[in-house]
Unconditional design. Structure first.
Length: 258
């Protein structure tokens, strides 16, 4: 059970996110792996897309550049404003909403929903997942990425946090500027929730399988290029994908219930 009873919204942390994620090799790897798998997994017909918890807008931009009209939902004002500043004339509409208000603010149904690195920051991620499934149109796709609890345990062991790993005290507390998720998830949870909502798992991808365990925390451009090649090569291969820091799921809602 999560230790935090309120969702984490990142007001005032846009600079930290930009520096600690997308200004580092971690962000480059994340975008490179997603850019490698998503073009062949998501629809390419330009259908309207809903980007839930869009953060700094990277996925909204990616979708809009591929012909989708995007509704970008982000409850953090400074994250939303930073994202808008990067949009130019792309077909992206920003919306200030939480997942609880999506049925009123962005009712859909949507043929494509993107929700990356959001559920792990919510006190009730299963309820939010069910909400997304409800908003998804029959024949629609959900691109879901979650923080992997099993990889978090492995990382804690590597760092010497043995008691924390043994006690399964892996959740963050959602305080100050700490960025340990309050509700890290397992593959088993996502599979169970998908089955309960009638969604089929079309593909699973591990994101950042190798990078976080490198002895060199700041690889050279040449080293980073090789790491990205490894991440792309093994991101969907057993057993490697299971230890991705994030797990990405391409989910499909059948047009008819069997």
């Amino acid at each position: 059970m999560p230790l935090v009873t309120n969702d984490r919204i990142f007001d005032g942390l846009a600079d930290k996110f930009e520096r600690s994620l997308y200004g580092t090799p971690r962000g480059a790897i994340r975008l490179a792996v997603l850019g490698h798998v998503l073009p062949s997994e998501l629809p390419t017909d330009g259908r309207p897309a809903l980007d839930v918890g869009a953060g700094l807008g990277q996925m909204s931009i990616w979708l809009a550049q591929r012909g989708h009209t995007v509704t970008m939902v982000e409850p953090s004002r400074d994250m939303r404003e930073r994202a808008i500043a990067c949009m130019g004339d792309l077909a992206v509409t920003p919306v200030d909403a939480t997942w609880q208000t999506l049925p009123e603010r962005t009712p859909g149904p949507w043929g494509l929903i993107v929700c990356h690195a959001v559920l792990e920051w919510l006190a009730t991620p299963q309820a939010a997942f069910a909400q997304l499934a409800t908003l998804l149109a029959p024949g629609g796709y959900l691109s879901l990425m979650v923080f992997n609890r099993d990889a978090l345990r492995f990382s804690n062991v590597i760092k010497g946090n043995l008691d924390k790993a043994l006690d399964d005290r892996l959740e963050g507390l959602g305080k100050r500027q700490r960025l340990t998720p309050i509700s890290p998830l397992t593959d088993a949870q996502v599979r169970a929730w998908s089955t309960a909502q009638g969604l089929s798992i079309e593909a699973v991808t591990g994101v950042r399988i190798f990078h976080d365990y490198l002895g060199e925390r700041h690889p050279t451009p040449e080293q980073l290029e090789k790491v990205i090649e490894l991440e792309r090569r093994y991101c969907q291969q057993e057993p490697h994908w299971r230890l991705g820091r994030y797990l990405h799921y391409t989910l499909y809602k059948p047009e008819t219930v069997s």
